[in-house]
Design a protein around this ligand. Structure first.
Ligand SMILES: C[S@@+](CC[C@H](N)C(=O)[O-])C[C@H]1O[C@@H](n2cnc3c(N)ncnc32)[C@H](O)[C@@H]1O
Length: 366
């Protein structure tokens, strides 16, 4: 750790080497992101950092310092990306950013397979991205010449994150423990036929939670699904486009091609009271309700064996967001354990999520 990364002081007598992690997140969720990461670390061993790095509100990123704990990207809810932070420069000269940046990279051990220049997902970040676009080919050429950047996608990625005009944070990500998209954002283009932008949320959830083989295995033509809170039909559209038959439950109208689609049965009923006569493959749910109420609903469906897989949203309250989320997810875990249900559950605040988190559950055999 060099340059201007805050010098840690250690609690206790044993001097410990700290690892700094840079996490990208939705602006406004920096505290939640850091809290979530620290909680994951605490589950392994106590986190002892006398002076934790400051969290900047609405910055779109957080830095956390850990002693020996590792973080698992997949298990982090609010982090869009997980980067091991090696160095920070805080006074980049505007006229020549290349020289200090090359000098900083020269001190990093090893070589890299990819160079990602990244900015926060904020208005300032949008302005800075004009600079990173211009700078990328220059820096790449210089790093190739020095042998620091090689055409080998198995090598770690080098990230340079520019939180503002004059700072740069240097880090690396492990290809097996990070997001595979720049800035950790899975961008989706809006399908012309889909009746609402919410469709992008389910499309992103499918990409983020399932690898290609799982997508092929779990989303097959001829399967059945129930969509609770379906109108106007963005999520239903993602399912019918894969040949899945959907019961769409909502008092509101289904729109566009979904108003009269052969694979869609629209029921104007209360999603909290509806139950299918026969079990379905998928339950998806986008009803705006308290997370505890949605969690209970999911528990009932799985306990009754009504669905094998689910994707649903948990709307976050204004305050105590991590606590409300923990309580909803723990309620599901406890109930499933009591019922002897084997499952895998992942939760993420997706790029297309606002004040909410998307959860994926799939029943497993053992
Ligand atoms: C965010 S919108 C869903 C958007 C939808 N996923 C899409 O992609 O177009 C929430 C929907 O939940 C419905 N909803 C809320 N409470 C409900 C309930 N108790 N039963 C059925 N639908 C409900 C609302 O009518 C609204 O259409």
């Amino acid at each position: 750790m060099q340059a201007n990364v805050a010098k840690p002081r250690y609690a206790g007598t044993k001097i410990q080497k700290l690892t700094y992690w840079l996490l990208y997140c939705r602006p406004g969720f920096e505290q939640d992101c850091a809290q979530d990461a620290l909680r994951q670390a605490q589950q392994q061993s106590p986190v002892i950092v006398a002076q934790p790095p400051p969290i900047l509100a609405n910055s779109g990123y957080a830095v956390v310092a850990l002693n020996e704990q590792a973080l698992s990207y997949r298990e982090l809810i609010f982090a869009r990306q997980l980067i091991r932070l090696h160095q920070t420069i805080k006074a980049l000269p505007e006229r020549d950013r290349l020289t200090p940046i090359l000098a900083a990279i020269a001190t990093l051990p090893g070589t890299f397979g990819t160079l990602w220049l990244e900015v926060p997902d904020t208005n300032e970040g949008k302005t800075l991205s004009a600079f990173t676009r211009r700078f990328q080919p220059l820096l790449e050429a210089a790093l190739r010449e020095q042998g620091k950047l090689q055409d080998d996608i198995k090598l770690p990625r080098l990230h340079i994150f520019f939180p503002d005009k004059s700072s740069a944070l240097f880090g690396t990500s492990d290809l097996h423990n990070s997001a595979a998209s720049i800035m950790g954002i899975v961008r989706q283009s809006m399908p012309a036929e889909a009746p609402s932008r919410s469709t992008l949320k389910l499309a992103e959830a499918i990409e983020v939670f399932m690898d290609r083989s799982e997508q092929t295995r779990l989303l097959r033509q001829g399967m059945t699904a129930v969509d609770l809170g379906a109108a106007p039909g963005g999520w239903t559209w993602q399912l019918v486009k894969r040949g899945i038959r959907v019961t769409a439950v909502d008092n509101g109208p289904m729109k566009g091609i979904l108003a009269k689609h052969p694979l869609v049965q629209h029921l104007k009923q209360d999603g909290f009271k509806y139950a299918p006569r026969k079990a379905v493959d998928w339950l998806v749910c986008d009803m705006v309700e308290q997370p505890s109420k949605v969690a209970k609903l999911i528990e009932e469906w799985f306990a009754a064996g009504l669905a094998k897989h689910a994707i649903f949203n948990l709307k976050l309250p204004m305050k105590q967001r991590v606590a409300a989320l923990d309580s909803a997810l723990n309620s599901i875990r406890t109930r499933f354990d009591n019922e002897g249900i084997n499952y895998r559950m992942l939760a993420k605040q997706l790029y297309h999520d606002r004040e909410e988190v998307t959860v994926f559950i799939t029943r497993t055999k053992n």
